[in-house]
Write a protein that binds this ligand. Sequence first.
Ligand SMILES: [Zn+2]
Length: 138
Amino acid sequence: MTKVFNGRSATDEYMSTHSLTFSTPEMTLKKFALWLGEQVNAPGKGQVPRLMLYVEEKGEKSNSEFAPDTDDSFKPTGAVADMYGDVQAPAPTEQMTPPQLTPLNRETLEPEGKFCVSCGSRLKANAKFCNKCGSAQG
Ligand SMILES: [Zn+2]
């Protein structure tokens, strides 16, 4: 009999019972390792580290069946999904268009302005003459 730690089963169990969304990779790794090491009650065995629950006894089989699980059909979840998700890169042919600049509004730039004593045009606060009718300002 060969004892094999079923890491995939343990990982699946951990991910189905813990949210990884707000965790950093470092935190997830640490928490998973600590979770594996927690003492739990195993039927007939008393207190054992949790990883013992995922140790399976294999019969007389070739060693190749216990090779590392290299299944690469990795399905990202949580925050990782945002990085690896189905985000389509913008088409490279798409032209970048500069933002349209709106002409600056003089009236809002110069709230301290005044009005021509003669024609009523808006003038700069320090204007000596009206730039519309030419009247001297007080
Ligand atoms: Zn004027």
